[in-house]
Design a protein around this ligand. Sequence first.
Ligand SMILES: C[S@@+](CC[C@H](N)C(=O)[O-])C[C@H]1O[C@@H](n2cnc3c(N)ncnc32)[C@H](O)[C@@H]1O
Length: 285
Amino acid sequence: MTGMAHSLLPETETASSSSSSSRLSTSVNVYDVTDASAGFQLPGHTKLSFVSAMFDKIAPGYDTMNLLISLGQTSLWRYLCFRTILAQLVQLGCTSKGARVLDVGCGSGISTYALRRQCAPKLRVETTGVDPSPRMLEVARRNDPDGCYELGNAENLASSFGSDSFDAVYSVYTLRNFSDVRLAVRAMTRVLRPGGALVLLDAFPPPKGSFMQLALRFWMNVVVAGIVRVFAFADAKAYRYLASSIEQTRSAEETAEVLRDEGLKDVRVVNYTFGAAAMLVGVKR
Ligand SMILES: C[S@@+](CC[C@H](N)C(=O)[O-])C[C@H]1O[C@@H](n2cnc3c(N)ncnc32)[C@H](O)[C@@H]1O
């Protein structure tokens, strides 16, 4: 797996980290030897190996656990977010000719086929999903045989995805797993056509000292930890990483600044469920 994730890296990063990568390729899996709370801070290729191995491990039960630990909120947030993508595609004039859309970090494909289904009454959407976890992609191809799924890294999208080639690009519950969000935003913007929207949906850290921060800690460390103990297919370490990565990541507003810095216009943040999650939208100039 380490080798697989490593082959997705940009050449500059591969070269600059060659000594550690060769150490990794001959050693045990980085996921097994790294603390859950340290996973978020890992540099470039090491983080890609960590998260790919983690998602490989939890792939079979991922959708069920996600639904359980969020009490169905993750599906509601997807639905709300996809309404925005659909409206944006209609506004772009895709109703008659259909739209090409890229789902970055597609995982099990749940967000990929859900978008197609939600758009179907209004327009035909052709989706491509990319993800660095081969097991997640296996689940996606099984769940959605009509979809197109490829191994890929948000920070270094394949050159086969030409510049300006998608009518919309979106990424759902992925940002904390990227080692460099700015690079990922840049790569996703490159493949987006002018006027097209980049749409990001994710969980973000609540303000420090707020009631929401206490509530999230209780939820993750007590309730989710309990649920994970009950289900044999759940990997406790992966859910400790989830809790710690939500606390350590940038806020939604700080992430919106990255979109502005990368040249996107009309950037906006829409909070869901008292800020437990947020959708970020930016339009390519
Ligand atoms: C929490 S899952 C979300 C899956 C899906 N988008 C959903 O809506 O449920 C995060 C996904 O991001 C993927 N991922 C992690 N690092 C990535 C990277 N650098 N580029 C693209 N995807 C990545 C993981 O393999 C995993 O499948």
